[in-house]
Design a protein. Structure first.
Length: 195
């Protein structure tokens, strides 16, 4: 018996059916929700290499490093890959636009919904001076709303985890999930017999 190669696994993955469900509530799906945000207590500008979503080092640099850990929004992993517009609310320091972050990890700090990468946290500010002030605060009032993820140069990608071991164990992460919908299930089917 030959082992299923990475290439054939990727071929298999092309036949995946991605079952998506509406993520938005019927009412006010576009409204901002008030909350709080902190940032990772490391000196790294980007996210973490060990995020709960299983993206590995990809999860630190995705979206230019504008990534976040989520607490309730993690939703047992369904929230992984979802995008949120997050803006802090202090009008002296904060821009109206805020930032768009991708969820790559789970975590909460003192009543926060987001633990942002340090870079993302600072980019909520209007200027670099204001960013320094925000960073000094540590935790700030924010408002957020779900937005579409957009990766104009990438299609959705199934990344096979290195620990996969045919035929006993298959693990993969889904990269570049576009749009504003959740992936709640993935159906696999074999398209040919590998012998
Ligand atoms: C994405 O998929 C489409 C359709 O298969 C293809 O035409 C396009 O080149 C792909 N884009 C990238 C960046 O791979």
């Amino acid at each position: 018996m030959t082992a299923l190669s990475l290439q054939s696994l990727l071929f298999l993955s092309a036949t995946l059916l991605l079952i998506q469900s509406l993520a938005e509530a019927a009412t006010c799906s576009n409204c901002f929700i008030q909350s709080r945000a902190a940032y990772y207590p490391n000196s790294d500008e980007q996210g973490t290499d060990t995020g709960a979503c299983g993206y590995g080092s990809f999860g630190a640099t995705l979206n230019g490093g504008d990534v976040s850990a989520a607490s309730d929004l993690y939703r047992s992993g369904v929230g992984c890959g979802a995008c949120y517009q997050v803006r802090c609310t202090n009008s002296e320091y904060c821009s109206d636009r805020g930032i768009r972050v991708v969820i790559t990890d789970q975590g909460s700090s003192d009543n926060t919904d987001f633990i942002l990468s340090r870079g993302a946290f600072g980019r909520m500010a209007q200027t670099t001076d204001a960013a320094a002030c925000l960073l000094a605060l540590g935790i700030v009032a924010i408002e957020y709303r779900r937005v579409s993820c957009s990766y104009p140069y990438n299609n959705i990608t199934i990344k096979i985890d290195e620990n996969s071991n045919f035929p006993y164990y298959l693990a993969f992460a889904i990269w570049y999930q576009q749009g504003k919908k959740d992936i709640t299930a993935v159906q696999l089917c074999e398209t040919q017999n590998f012998e």
